[in-house]
Design a protein around this ligand. Sequence first.
Ligand SMILES: C[S@@+](CC[C@H](N)C(=O)[O-])C[C@H]1O[C@@H](n2cnc3c(N)ncnc32)[C@H](O)[C@@H]1O
Length: 274
Amino acid sequence: MAGEGHEATASGGSAPPFDTTVAHVARVYNYWLGGKDNFAADRAAGEQAIKAFPEIGLSARSNRAFLARTVRFLAGETGIRQFLDVGTGIPSANNTHEVAQSLAPTARIVYVDNDPIVLTHARALLTSDPAGATDYIDADLRDPRGILAGAERLLDFGRPVAVMLMAVLQHLDDEDDPYRVTQTLLEPLAPGSYLALSHPAKDINAEAMARMAESLNKMMAEKVTFRDHAAVARFFDGLELVDPGMVQASKWRPISEAEAASPAALWAGVARKP
Ligand SMILES: C[S@@+](CC[C@H](N)C(=O)[O-])C[C@H]1O[C@@H](n2cnc3c(N)ncnc32)[C@H](O)[C@@H]1O
């Protein structure tokens, strides 16, 4: 659907239902991953970021690999059968329901994103194994109660749920109180639920990351706040981090030396609600 020849912004006709003249993170991230669902403004912002931090493409791939390892761990080793994946992104390889249902066909997955382009791809996220189920909610992470109300249509909060906040909390600035948002999402969930998150790091490759943040904040609709180790660790307050704790995303249970060596500029961890 995206690509050359679809740069129009007006509503109506065959124009896409979103503004393609301003870069949006879902499409910039898609560009870094080598996808085709992006427009000139997204590619320009993506390229500026690559100038600031040339390894951003590898870092984005490393984040996807962390996501897949996390879901495999949760579905395969902890028995989690329910996932709430907020900040889903444009479908890519190894979407949460694909990884989860390859191990546990009955797994139920609720996806949430606030970008209309992700909504237009929702069909690709709704290809559930018939034994399980998937749903998609068009909502903002800043409204955790609204997300919970929607998610409850498919998920049973009396049983453990894994909340996944992969590379999304950087789009909430401190005034949005991302810690309260995260706590609110976990509050009604049963003991034995999990929080899995990754977050761009302010203190890995610090100078390049600062340059990249500055560049993205000039060019992209969604602003970014990168956080350091201590600030990301706060998201896990009151929870039990599983081994190896909160680490660079590439160092969280890598399955190969190549994965472990990736220059991921993200902190990442998985923790259990006691
Ligand atoms: C960098 S992408 C990460 C995608 C995916 N979670 C991953 O890790 O591969 C961030 C996604 O979060 C979404 N997002 C940004 N701010 C959001 C908000 N306030 N509420 C919901 N989704 C948001 C964007 O639209 C985008 O799809």
